[in-house]
Structure formats: structure tokens, C-alpha cells
Unconditional design. Sequence first.
Length: 373
Amino acid sequence: MNCDYRPIVTEKRPLALNCNTINLLRTITASLIISIFSSASFSSRAVAADSLSMPEQLSKLEQSQGYSYSPGQSIIDRLQVLELRTFGNVGTGSIFERLNRLNEKQSQLPLPSPPANSPANIKETPPSAAQQEKIKGLMQSTSLAKSLITANTFPCHFFRIEEASAKPSNEDYLDSVLTASKNRVFKFQTMPVPVYITAPPDPAYASAVVAAFADWDRRTEGLIKFATVTQPNAARIRVTWSHLGIKPDKDASTLGAHTVTKWTKKPSGRISLLSVGAIPVPLYIPSPGPKYTVPPQVIEVNLDLVESNEAEARYLTLRNIVAHELGHAIGLLGHSPSKGDLMYPITDEHSRISQRDLNTVKRLYEKKATVPL
């Protein structure tokens, strides 16, 4: 199943600052400067683990343990090394749970005492009242309206939503799914679904893929779950990386990824001869188990498309493309006809799992599997 990508141009407008806003900013900035002058101590753990990406958290933990990973190591391998060094064994659960346990353990360790000549042990005299007034005067005389950067400091994350007054939709596109599958129901029988991520060229790509797993888990409230595994042979879905080019099609869309799903129909049974007295009687013996066999599915991501995006949209685009392909892998064959759904043929950085996507998955998984994945 192909997942196409069509870029959407969004407008960035400068911030509109009125007099009250400028005065408030002046006051806040002055307070910050005064607080910097009056305090010379700081915490080496000021940056919370939650504000760092997964690769950054791993790097921080490795630095704290004096460990340097090899360039070819995957995120899973690095996580296992840290667990062995910290706990003596490899942990269980999702990547997020295992990483949180490592961060909690690290936070319980005592901080090393700073040297005598470090800034933490140097006492500074706080500014006097006259100095504080001088600072305030300098801030009041500064034209913040001219010096403030009016462009967006952080890029906005636009995504498609339903109207605020709209009632929760009961609609689905299950008919489109069953039409694409010729009325066969493709679904996983057990959860979580084991997934293997091959080493990406950028460690942050793996974080975007894991975020796509979490999107389905969170939005379906656990109906669909994924768990990463360290061995490709143990996976039912494998995420791989390829250079597939960025040549647009007739709709000005480019292939972002595709999912390879193959299935083979088993023989329905066999004929055996049963001797009744001296007379051979043909006997039909049906084959046990499901009628179809399905090898592990492969999601092949087009790196050319991912890396052609601006940095601020690259990881969101990758996350949404993989989430779209995961929809195919869990049984949503075909596409939704609605642009507001994640399973619409064209996916971009603004896509998200809609209520119609959720309704379709729920109703598909209420059916008996024709082709167990």
C-alpha cells in the first residue's frame, strides 16, 4: 500500500505586540536579569528528561556512566547496555517505560561535589538597590518593539481537526477497507504486535517511528499495541529505510513509504483412502488452522522524501507516514475517501488519527479474522 505525501504551505505571521505586551515583557526581562545577578548557583539537572528526545536521553545517561556507544549500535542495543550496567539485566516493557526507569535510577544517585573553585562555591554579592534601579532604568529605556524577534520562535504544529461544535462521528470507511481486501478480514489475533526497527541514518528517526506506535496505542486506548523487539526474526512488522526517489506523480504527490503484505492460501485439504473391508473408500481430510499464511510485513520508508523536508517538518512527516503505514499493516487495506483521516491516500505533517479511523479499526477488529496477521 502506498502512502503519498503532498506538501502544504502554511503562512507564518509575525507576533502582534501592543503597549501592554511590551511593558509586560520589559518587566519580565528585568526580573530575569536581576535574578541572574542575585543568584550564582545552578542545578546540573535543570533540563528535565522529558524535554529531551530519546537519543538525547540515551546520550546523557551514557555520559553519566562514562560509556561511549559504537556508531553502528541501534537504540535498542544502547538501551540494553545501559540496563545491564545499571540493573544487571535487560528490562521489560516499552522503550519509554525502560528509559523512564533508567532516568529514575540516575536521579537517585548523589551529585558529585563541585570543586572549591567552581562557580557553585563562589559567593557573589547581590546587586545593591542602586544597581537594581539602574538595571530597571536600562530596561525601560530599551526599545523592545524594535529589538524583539517577531518571527515565530517555535514552529507551529498545525493539524486537521473537526469543528468545535461537531458531535463525535460514528462514521467509518470499513466498506472501502473490505472492498480493497475483497471482503477478507486482515487483523492481528494477539497484542502487542512485535515490531523491529532497522538502524536509521539519524537516531531521531527511530524516535519518530516509536512515536507513531504510541499514537495508535494512545488513540485506540490499547486496542492496538506495538512492542519493539531486538531480533528481526521475532517481528511481525519490520521498518526499513530506502532511497526511492522524490519524483512526483500526476497528483503532485511523492511516495513516502509503502507496506509490503503478502499472503498465501493453504490447500483446503487432501484426499486419503480408507479401507473398509477390501474396498478402498476415499476420505477427505481438511487442513487444520487458518486458510492463509502471512509472512512478516515490511514498511519501507523513503528517505529521499523524508530528508527533502525542512527540519521543523521532517520528523512530524516521518511520524505520520509511518502511522499511516501501520494502519495498513494492522488491516486497514485501501484508503479512506476523506481528507480528514490519517488513512487518506495523501499524508503530510498535518495528518492525524481521526475518529473515523478509530471507528473503522474498532469495527474491523470486532469481525472474525479471515487472514490472521
